[in-house]
Structures are given as structure tokens and as C-alpha cells.
Ligand binder design. Structure first.
Ligand code: GLA
Length: 378
């Protein structure tokens, strides 16, 4: 988490008064990738990296925002039907509009915001931003009326309607519901979830950021989703969650090879998340790790959301004895998530840093995972 006092001071200097501080985190996901919009299971946890905002109402109909990391000041009127063009402000505008549509009388406000969730790393910086604003505006203008799931859905709707990414609910859910030291299993079909304390004695989770920036806006992410929806429609089910292996095989002659492989990945991932839950009950981290590698295989070959740099990092993880490794998040770059035995950790980190630099001429970034709390007022 960045030093919120820096943001507080910036707010005071810019607006001549104090504001209230809010924070919402990014997330990791142990397993269950691209399953959320298919009604399946996901297994995320909130992380320490987060977005913070200092906010204070200003009694006008205007939002005056300063994006600290970008050093950009900008304004928009709440009732402007077009909204701002700057991408970073579209998230804020979208949340404001969606909150208003949900019945919260959002008025004008001044805000300074910033954070330390790496952008384009698959750690959900955009969900952290949406959730930080949704939580804050609900607190300031809505008396905390909307519950966390409703706020998560406001973040998701912002992506859909104002940014153009047809994402599922995982990222916003995790940012809203995170709990220190626990992962969560969410059933995306009915919204039920459970906390799973995460404290394996001999293993650590670490992200390796390839620093290949993934970009989901206007990306093949939406194409993947459409493939899944086509197959579900042909199978006569609402989402692939309800499609059986037998149904998929029966449909196969009528599906494009691409749609078939997308669906095959999703059905496999659904099974893997449940297998991982069973393995965790027995502290069987070797099985968890095997499933992670299998997920990567599926994401790389069937779902085709990996890239050369990430495949290299997964190969290196295998070579260095890492228990489980896969691409994390939407894909097309970003981070791998690695489940590493304590005894191999230091060697893994040193070796992967070295070999990545030799192979691609750039540094990868090592990000130890610390599971933190969800959105809150500071
Ligand atoms: C992105 C989306 C999520 C989810 C993941 C893939 O992070 O925002 O909803 O679909 O990709 O699991």
C-alpha cells in the first residue's frame, strides 16, 4: 500500500482542506481463470497492493480529480451524458453514474487518488480503482446503503458500459470482500462464497511480472467470452457451468475448432477448481501445484491467452522445481502466479530474474504475495 499521507498532503495543497481516505486492493487468483463469466468457480484473494483515494464533497455538480501517479488533473460534470474521454477518468465517471442509477444521490466532490497496483499486470488495478470509488461514494453519499456485492457489480457494470471490457465479477468481488490471510472460493453462478485461510507451512506464493503489459480493452478477451456464450447457447444452457463433457462432445461436429477448444478449457477448469478445494482440505499442495500447471496448459493451448514471455516463465518455474505455476488474470501478458516450496524460494527468484533478463533483455518483477483486506475507509 502506498503512503496515504502523501495523498492527504496533495489533497490539502490542492483543495485547501482535508478529505477522508479510502482504499481498495488488487487481487491474485489461485485457480479458476476465465470461469467467472461462465458461471463457474474462482479462488481469489485480495492483496496489499491497492488504490487509495482522499475524497471530500464540494457542494457542486462537478468532480475534480487528480490522478497522483499520472500527475493529471481533470474535471467532469456529474450529469454530463458523454463523460470525460481520458481513460483513467472513465472509470470514475462510470462508477459515479452507476451509483446514481442505483439510487445513491452522488453530488460533486474533490478527490486525489493513486496506488501501487502495477498496471497491466493482471492484478486488477482497474477493479481496485472502481471499488475504491464505489465504496467511498456509498459511504459519503449513500450512508453505506449498498452492500459489498452490489458495489462489486457497480464496478463490473462500469467495465461493461464505460470501458468496453465484458469482464466477469471475480476482480471486483475480491477487491470488495478480501480478508487478511484468506483466499475465497466464489461460486459465480449464485454469488455464494467461502473464506479459506491460506497459511501453508512450507510454501509461498509469489508473482513474477513479465512486464508485458496486458490490455483487455478492445482485446480478444471479449472474443473468448463470445465463444463461450455461443457454445452454451448451442448446448441449451445458460452458461458453460451447466454444460457437461458429454454435451460438449456431442456438439463438437457443429462447433468451430476454436470454440470447441475454448469450451474444453472452461469445462476442465471447472473440474480443477473443485479438485483444488479438495486438495486444500488435505493440505495437499502438490496436487494444487499440478492443477496450476494444467491450467496454464489449457490457457496457453486451448484458450490462447498466454504469450512467449509468460510461457518462458512457466517453463523456468518447472525447471527450478516450483510446485505450481500459471499465467494469472485475463492474460495476454502480466504475471505468473507461483506456488513455491520455502526451501527453493530464494534460488527460484534469483535464477528466474537472471534467465529472464538474458532471454528478453528486460527485468521481470518479483512480487511476493501478501493476502490483505478488502475495500475500507482508513
Ligand atoms: C479479468 C476479468 C475477470 C476474469 C479474469 C480471468 O481479470 O476482469 O473477470 O474473467 O480476467 O479469469
Amino acid at each position: 500500500m502506498i503512503d496515504v499521507n502523501v495523498l492527504r498532503n496533495e489533497f490539502l495543497n490542492r483543495f485547501g482542506r482535508n478529505g477522508v481516505a479510502y482504499v481498495a486492493p488488487g487481487r491474485i487468483n489461485l485457480i479458476g481463470e476465465h470461469t467467472d463469466y461462465n458461471g463457474g468457480f474462482v479462488f481469489p484473494g485480495a492483496v496489499e497492493q491497492s488504490i487509495s483515494a482522499i475524497i471530500s464533497p464540494n457542494g457542486s455538480d462537478k468532480v475534480n480529480a487528480y490522478a497522483f501517479d499520472l500527475r493529471l488533473a481533470d474535471s467532469f460534470r456529474i450529469n454530463d451524458s458523454q463523460g470525460p474521454e481520458a481513460v483513467h477518468l472513465r472509470y470514475v465517471y462510470g462508477v459515479v453514474r452507476e451509483m446514481a442509477a442505483a439510487g445513491v444521490a452522488v453530488g460533486g466532490f474533490d478527490v486525489v487518488y493513486g496506488g501501487d497496483v502495477p498496471l497491466g499486470a493482471g492484478m486488477s488495478s482497474s477493479a481496485a480503482l472502481e471499488c475504491c470509488f464505489a465504496y467511498a461514494l456509498n459511504d459519503i453519499f449513500g450512508d453505506g446503503r449498498l452492500d459489498r456485492m452490489a458495489l462489486a457489480k457497480i464496478g463490473q457494470a462500469t467495465e461493461h458500459k464505460y470501458v468496453g471490457v465484458m469482464c466477469g465479477i471475480m476482480d471486483q468481488f475480491a477487491s470488495m470482500h478480501g480478508r487478511e490471510g484468506s483466499l475465497m472460493r466464489l461460486d459465480c453462478r449464485n454469488g455464494e462464497f467461502e473464506y479459506f485461510p491460506w497459511n501453508p507451512a512450507d510454501y509461498r506464493l509469489v508473482l513474477v511480472n513479465s512486464c508485458v503489459k496486458h490490455e483487455l480493452v478492445g482485446s480478444p478477451y471479449n472474443d473468448r467470452r463470445r465463444s463461450c456464450e455461443r457454445v452454451a447457447a448451442m448446448a441449451g444452457v445458460e452458461t458453460l457451468r451447466d454444460c457437461t463433457w458429454q454435451q460438449l462432445e456431442e456438439l463438437r461436429p457443429r462447433l468451430s475448432d476454436e470454440d470447441y477448444r475454448r469450451a474444453r478449457y472452461v469445462l476442465g477448469e471447472k473440474d480443477r477448481v473443485l479438485a483444488v478445494c479438495d486438495a486444500l482440505q488435505n493440505d495437499d499442495y502438490e496436487t494444487v501445484g499440478k492443477k496450476m500447471y494444467m491450467t496454464h496448459e489449457g490457457l496457453a493451448k486451448d484458450y490462447e491467452v498466454s504469450c512467449e514471455e509468460i510461457d518462458f516463465l512457466v517453463g523456468e518455474a518447472r525447471r527450478l522445481g516450483v510446485t505450481g505455476c500459471r499465467i494469472m488474470g485475463g492474460g495476454f501478458g502480466g504475471c505468473t502466479i507461483n506456488l513455491v516450496k520455502e526451501s527453493l524460494y530464494d534460488n527460484f527468484v534469483a535464477e528466474v530474474e537472471k534467465s529472464y533478463k538474458i532471454r528478453f533483455g528486460v527485468d521481470c518483477q518479483i512480487i511476493p504475495v501478501v493476502i490483505g483486506d478488502g475495500a475500507r475507509r482508513l
